[in-house]
Design a protein around this ligand. Structure first.
Ligand code: SAH
Length: 216
């Protein structure tokens, strides 16, 4: 395991300042970003870039989202302590760690077995007992633990999956980037079993949300 030095902590404080300047206002989100060592979630070759506000490559041609995007999606989630949150797209596990740091009960799903195994191990090593990892096709959600108060999708979907909406509790919502090359960040609130309200929070770019799983 890499070390978390004073230098890393200093870089995180600077990153948090820059996120504040870019419009992130939720202090709980900023505190979580300041607390979680993002460089642990990257290959050591990229450790020096960990505290730049950039998306970076991880295994299996995937990416760890840009810190601004993580902060933006997490702020939209408006987490309450003990919220049950389903994340689709564990990737490096960093977003799941941020949610765990904020006290949510996190269920995170990844379709790439290698990423699932690495994230699960790292999150356990870091002591995130409130984050549970699953190797699954997230287009199907995670039915056995539904309903969820909140769902966050961290891959770009071409359409809103009804299966995921079905796994939300009434009054709950999903944050999901939807679109083909560029995605609109949507918040979809479930008002009743049949009524949903959709809000658009602007353009982002994500790796694609795809069905099926890939074993190691
Ligand atoms: N939240 C991640 C971002 C990873 S990028 C992080 O903090 O690092 C998006 C991830 O979604 C990729 O790892 C990709 O493999 C995964 N993904 C794409 N489609 C998926 C699906 N149907 N089910 C589960 N994971 C999926």
């Amino acid at each position: 395991m890499q070390e978390d030095t004073y230098r890393h902590k200093g870089l995180r404080r600077k990153l948090v300042d820059s996120l504040r300047k870019k419009g992130i206002t939720d202090e709980r989100v900023l505190a979580a970003i300041e607390a979680v060592p993002r460089h642990f979630f990257l290959d050591s070759a990229f450790a020096d870039l960990a505290y730049e506000d950039k998306a970076l490559p991880i295994e299996r041609e995937q990416t760890i989202s840009q810190p601004y995007t993580v902060a933006f999606q997490t702020q939209l989630l408006d987490l309450q302590k003990r919220d049950r949150v389903l994340e689709i797209g564990t990737g490096s596990g960093y977003q799941a760690a941020i949610l765990g740091q904020m006290g949510a009960r996190v269920f995170t799903v990844e379709r790439q077995e290698q990423l699932f195994l690495e994230a699960k191990k790292l999150l356990a090593t870091l002591g995130f007992t409130n984050v549970r990892c699953y190797f699954r096709d997230g287009t199907k959600g995670l039915r056995e633990f539904a309903p969820y108060d909140k769902i966050i999708v961290t891959a770009g979907a071409t359409e809103v999956p009804q299966t995921l909406l079905d796994q939300l509790s009434i009054g709950g919502f999903m944050i999901i980037p939807v679109g083909v090359r560029l995605q609109k960040m949507l918040r979809i609130t479930k008002k009743s079993e049949t009524d949903y309200v959709e809000e658009d929070f602007g353009a982002f770019r994500f790796v694609p949300f795809i069905g099926g799983t890939e074993s190691k």
